[in-house]
Design a protein around this ligand. Structure first.
Ligand SMILES: [Cu+2]
Length: 207
């Protein structure tokens, strides 16, 4: 996973939520069992109904040198992603996940947009260039973090309460763990990421 991808994933940190009351923090360490942890996304979903998160401003994914740049983005439901084409060749952008979409063929300096309304993990492909792949992870919460290559992650400014922590990676079995966030405290936990039995799960939209 590219550094640029992780940086973009962090453009909407939880600290922007502007919580006035005391908040808590989650710090985790992820260890990969026969699978890399780089490119994982950790996010917290409240177990009690909470205010809707998102959408955010339009996010750009470029197609440059026959690659999607960045290869991983994390967005809130309803966010529009602008898939640009900076290559001197035609590209096509589609996702086989549910709900699927196909933006068709389009040339250099043009772009097509898609609104990601439903939470889930979407693999993004190009019919012309089978080596091109990107991931859009739509999370129903603004409390998320990209996991560093060493496996560390931290989510800041979390309102106290009970949550389900999800960890997603395209090659791995999803982790779901109950966590309690306390005001003024850091909740720490260690997790193990394991490879999915059948590799890339193209038919599954749920993160
Ligand atoms: Cu292409």
């Amino acid at each position: 996973m590219s550094t640029r991808g992780l940086l973009l994933a962090l453009l909407c940190p939880a600290s922007l939520a502007g919580q006035a009351s005391p908040t808590g923090r989650l710090a985790g360490t992820l260890r990969g069992i026969n699978v890399p942890v780089d490119g994982s996304v950790a996010y917290l979903v409240p177990t009690q109904p909470a205010g809707a998160a998102g959408p955010q401003d339009t996010v750009v994914v470029d197609q440059l040198n026959l690659s999607f740049v960045p290869r991983l983005i994390v967005v809130l439901p309803g966010t529009v992603v602008d898939f640009q084409n900076s290559d001197p060749v035609l590209h096509n952008v589609f996702s086989p996940n549910t709900p699927s979409f196909n933006l068709g063929l389009y040339p250099r300096t043009t772009s097509r947009q898609h609104r990601f309304s439903e939470p889930g993990a979407y693999v993004i492909l190009c019919h012309i260039h089978p080596e091109m792949v990107a991931y859009v992870v739509v999370v129903p919460t603004r409390y998320y973090a990209a996991v560093e290559a060493e496996g560390h992650f931290a989510i800041e400014g979390i309102p106290p309460g009970d949550y389900l922590l999800h960890v997603w990676h395209w090659r791995s079995v999803d982790i779901v763990r109950q966590v309690r966030i306390l005001a003024g405290q850091t909740t720490t936990l260690e997790l193990e990421l394991r490879p999915a039995a059948r590799g890339l799960r193209l038919s599954e939209a749920s993160p």
